[in-house]
Design a protein around this ligand. Structure first.
Ligand code: FMN
Length: 393
């Protein structure tokens, strides 16, 4: 499965461990929270390849406070997860504070991240997600409350955000400073605005700018890291203290092995043949059965990973279609057996962008949202609805 690449020696990188409060993350790499992806099954697959911090899927603070069973599943961790990392989404300081208190008092997390990056219209339309940092009073209230509650258990709290709403309404500079002054352990920046969704290119210059503006806390860079070489480029170009990996590891949990190697100055890279990919898919499906405790749900979930796993590999169209509709573990086993296990790693075709892209679109916002950096009464009333039925960022 592994090969030694012929990279020039200067693509090697040595970065110190990432320090988040009392937590030392030896390899400064973070699995980005991804709703519907970064459950216990996927986190296990990823961390088996390398070091790093592996964040759960996002949970809304209200659902957690209401002890919704799905939210309790989302924040659960395997016994051998050394750092139990949970991402919270919330729009109101009181509820976010209560959710952090639950995590701290019930010893359910070792690290908490707050999500301020969701670009989805149904969220931003109510002033939530990436629209929220525009309102400085609300953003400050949420972060300060969360840090205060987390500090009672010595739990490091971080935030993850986008550049802003659009290029004319950037928020990352003030939000980064407010977060730093509130005592967060680190700030992660996805170098896109909400209106970009996942399209175009992440702006690594904004990440470099934030790194420079906040010399006293770790700044993590996020966006468009598809390979260990991309991570090296980002660190070199921006000076970040660590990298956050989202779509690049979809269908490629071994990317965390490559990243660990890169950060340890080892040029070995994983280049699995089709047989090894098939084995990983099957193991992923089995782990999902454990996660959901239900084969039907697990198999429904694995379907969305198929195109990512087999990107660039020699797999016929008909077989791809069957894999994308696989109903049971038994059928999955049969379908995977039809693949040519000897088929080699296809090279560049298996690399590069994958997953969500979308196209740029004007961000939906509450009325008069942009006219002031403070909340008015109508917006205050509206925003409490922003937390209902949210998933993803
Ligand atoms: C399917 C999917 C789900 C996501 N869910 C979340 C989430 O729950 N919380 C969050 O902060 N970001 C979420 N994101 C955004 C990612 O964490 C990350 O910021 C983004 O994908 C950019 O990084 P990348 O270019 O490495 O993919 C999600 C992204 C995708 C593709």
């Amino acid at each position: 499965m592994t090969v030694v690449s012929t990279l020039p020696a200067d693509t090697r990188l040595d970065l110190p461990p990432l320090q988040l409060g009392d937590i030392t993350v030896k390899t400064p790499v973070v699995l980005a929270p991804m709703a519907g992806i970064t459950n216990t099954a996927f986190r296990r697959l990823c961390r088996e390849y390398g070091g790093g911090l592996y964040v759960s899927e996002m949970v809304t603070s209200r659902a957690l406070v209401e002890r919704n069973p799905e939210s309790l599943r989302i924040i659960s961790h395997d016994d051998d997860e050394a750092v139990r990392s949970v991402q919270l989404y919330g729009v109101d300081p009181v509820t976010v504070g209560a959710a952090v208190r639950i995590l701290v008092e019930e010893d359910r997390a070792d690290h908490i991240d707050l999500n301020f990056g969701c670009p989805v219209p149904k969220v931003t339309r109510k002033g939530g997600g990436a629209a929220l940092p525009w309102k400085l009073d609300l953003f400050t209230g949420i972060v300060q409350t969360a840090v205060r509650e987390a500090s009672k258990g010595d739990i490091p709290l971080t935030i993850k955000m986008r550049k802003g709403i659009d290029e004319d309404h950037l928020t990352f500079r003030e939000a980064g400073k407010i977060a730093r002054d509130s005592g967060v352990a680190a700030v992660a920046l996805h170098g896109r605005t909400a209106s970009q969704f996942y399209s175009g290119k992440a702006d690594w210059n904004a990440i470099a700018e934030l790194r420079e503006a906040l010399p006293d806390i770790p700044v993590l860079g996020n966006g468009d890291i598809w390979s260990a070489e991309d991570a090296i480029r980002m660190v070199r170009q921006t000076g970040v203290d660590g990298v956050v990996i989202g779509r690049g590891c979809q269908g490629r949990p071994w990317l965390f092995g490559d990243l660990m190697n890169a950060f340890e100055g080892d040029s070995t890279r994983h280049q699995p043949g089709l047989g090894q990919v098939a084995d990983t898919v099957y193991r992923h499906a089995e782990l999902l059965v454990d996660t959901f405790g239900n084969e039907m749900m697990a198999l429904r979930d694995i379907r969305k990973h198929m195109a990512w796993y087999f990107k660039g590999y020699v797999v016929g169209g008909e077989l791809r279609a069957k894999l994308a509709a696989v109903p049971t573990l038994e059928v999955l086993r049969e379908l995977l057996a039809e693949l040519d296990a000897e088929s080699p790693y296809p090279g560049a075709d298996a690399e590069g962008p994958r997953g969500r892209a979308g196209s740029p679109k004007k961000t939906s916002l509450p009325q008069d949202w942009l006219s002031s950096r403070a909340l008015n009464d109508a917006q205050q009333a509206d925003i409490s609805a922003a937390e209902v039925d949210v998933s993803g960022g």
